[in-house]
Design a binder for this molecule. Structure first.
Ligand code: COA
Length: 209
């Protein structure tokens, strides 16, 4: 396999045929890690592809990576979920590319929304951090019951219930567009200081008259 041949792009109707395989990859990897995971059906994955909310990584006709986005709390939040890379294709930067693409998709489609993910994966924490996410308690994330229902299939779900959804083994990470510094003003340089000094000199001169 050649890393350069792997394409990462927004999913479309043509990709629904990969939904079954994606579910298998997600399920097998959760079993291998011994961690819980929100179970998704091929129909659910397919629907994300059809609604322009999913990203796929392809090596020719082979699906090698996937993730999707979904809005919660009436669009106040966007979650990036279901990130998976085929074990044979890990360590090649594919998750990095998928994450960048889901981030771009979220920011483009829902520019006002806070973006979050919950994860136990160090790799994902690193990727989120690079994109500007900060670790937060679950109180800062969506309180939409539908989102948290997704955790019911997780082996750690009892912890979430016991803590009244305050914390669990996953770390919550949040990108808040309101906290992002606006583009810094162009630095004053070149002739600007001299022009300002000259303007002030003329002002002072006219005041003295
Ligand atoms: C997590 C996963 C998506 C990473 O995919 P990948 O394509 O191998 O990741 P990348 O090659 O893009 O690496 C991304 C970063 O994570 C690091 N990383 C990758 N795997 C790692 C691991 N097992 N432990 C720690 N760091 C890891 C890389 O070094 C890289 O960091 P860097 O940019 O600072 O060098 C993949 O291992 C996977 O599918 N795991 C099972 C499913 C899963 O855990 N999904 C996340 C659920 S929230």
């Amino acid at each position: 396999m050649n890393k350069k041949d792997i394409i990462v792009r927004d999913a479309n109707a043509e990709d629904v045929k990969y939904a079954e395989k994606i579910c298998t990859l997600i399920f097998e990897s959760a079993q291998q890690r011994g961690t819980g995971i929100a179970r998704r059906t091929p129909e659910y994955i397919g629907e994300k592809m059809l609604s322009g909310k999913a990203v796929v990584a392809l090596d020719g006709e082979r699906i090698v990576g996937f993730s999707y986005i979904e809005t919660w709390s009436h669009g106040d939040f966007v979650a990036t979920s279901g990130l998976i890379v085929d074990p044979e294709y890990r360590g090649l930067g594919i998750a990095t590319r998928i994450k960048q693409e889901t981030f771009r998709l979220s920011r483009t489609k829902f520019p006002q929304a806070k973006i979050f993910s919950i994860t136990t994966s160090l790799a994902v924490m690193k990727l989120n951090t690079k994109l500007g996410y900060k670790p937060v308690t679950f109180s800062e994330l969506t309180q939409d019951d539908e989102y948290w229902k997704g955790c019911e299939g997780c082996t750690n779900y009892d912890i979430l219930v016991r803590t009244h959804r305050d914390k669990c083994l996953c770390t919550g990470m949040l990108f808040d567009p309101a906290q992002v510094q606006p583009q810094s003003e162009p630095k004053r340089g070149g002739l600007t200081p001299y022009i300002m000094a000259a303007t002030n000199w003329f002002k002072n001169l006219s005041l003295r008259k």
